[in-house]
Design a protein around this ligand. Structure first.
Ligand code: AVJ
Length: 323
């Protein structure tokens, strides 16, 4: 990382291996079976996700970037922020667009990147520190569902949560997240939320079941992770990738469907899991939103929508909300 990047680690005493053991035991002994999406993202999974963002069918990344290109100046001005805090920072180009707009308005003083992965974090923060001399760049290793209260509180902050990642949270977890985020902000601070929108079913499903099978590989990768980390003997090739749109909940569900009866041993858990032919493991939900629903959910958490932006096709949204 760049020498001027301050690093704080709130996950120092956490134990990802224990978390994985807990999740896999809970999810694979439940009916129906499930695994949390956070375990997709080892090095291979992160690389597969990058490839997903470049697929023709996967519009969210491209659309969000288009909105940002068009609106970063307006967002920066409307927020009045001098400090950007980005949750799940990744490596994004979108951040640079926002920071450039804040810098152009002479308001940029600090940037804090928040992510669970130290490597991603330090790479991103290092790059930005070099690009914006004089700006205080911090890298905070933290879990956005647990450590919001520990984020640096100085400056007039805009907290950005982009990419549609909020869609991975179930409604109750989403409410809790928005509430605890609101609790840590002060009047004058703002929240910038990227959220995917409800649209034509066929396009939604295609975005999660691309013709070249990259998303299928991404989905099966969670089984490779469980094999490697917990010594399990899943045969990922025996699972079919399933992506469907749940009309009632308005979310995409990804599942892995067993194509025969099987028993899977997971030595680290002293557990053997039986799957029947056709049985599915739910691996992800990705909620799709409507403008009114976003306004209501943000309102319930104490936020007031200040700006709502979409791309020309109305595929994706950015909402700027005041505390
Ligand atoms: C990174 C959570 C925004 O839900 O669209 C992409 C993950 N899963 N394809 C999404 C994902 C399958 C993505 N998010």
């Amino acid at each position: 990382a760049h020498p001027s990047v301050g690093f704080v680690d709130h996950l120092e005493r956490s134990n990802p291996r224990l978390d994985l053991e807990h999740d896999v035991r809970a999810g694979l002994t439940a009916t129906p079976k499930w695994l949390p999406p956070k375990w997709f993202y080892d090095a291979v999974g992160s690389d597969l996700f990058t490839r997903i963002t470049r697929l023709d069918e996967y519009y969210p990344t491209r659309r969000e970037l288009a909105i940002m290109r068009e609106r970063a100046g307006d967002i920066a001005a409307a927020s009045g922020a001098d400090t950007l805090v980005e949750l799940g920072s990744g490596t994004s180009e979108k951040t640079v667009l926002l920071l450039d707009a804040m810098a152009a308005g002479d308001s940029l003083r600090a940037y804090t990147a928040v992510d669970v992965d130290a490597t991603t974090l330090l790479k991103a923060a290092g790059r930005l520190a070099a690009r914006y001399p004089g700006v205080a760049v911090r890298a905070v290793r933290a879990d956005f569902e647990r450590h919001l209260a520990l984020l640096p509180r100085d400056g007039r902050r805009m907290v950005a949560f982009l990419g549609g990642t909020i869609g991975n949270l179930e409604p109750a977890a989403r409410r809790a997240f928005l509430k605890s985020l609101h609790d840590t902000l002060r009047p004058g601070d703002t929240f910038l939320l990227g959220a995917d929108l409800v649209k034509d079913r066929a396009r939604l499903v295609a975005a999660y079941d691309d013709a070249s099978g990259v998303t299928a590989a991404f989905n099966r990768n969670v089984l490779h992770v469980v094999n490697r980390e917990l010594g399990a003997d899943f045969d990922p090739a025996l699972f079919e990738h399933v992506a469907l749109f749940d009309e009632d909940n308005e979310w995409i569900e990804m599942r892995l469907r067993a194509t025969r009866d099987m028993r899977v041993r997971i030595p680290a858990l002293g557990l053997t899991v039986s799957l029947a032919d056709g049985e599915e493991i739910r691996t992800e939900i990705s909620s799709k939103f409507r403008r009114e629903g976003l306004k209501e959910e943000l309102g319930d958490a104490g936020f007031a929508v200040q700006r709502f932006y979409t791309d020309p096709a109305g595929d994706f949204s950015l909402t700027l909300a005041a505390v």
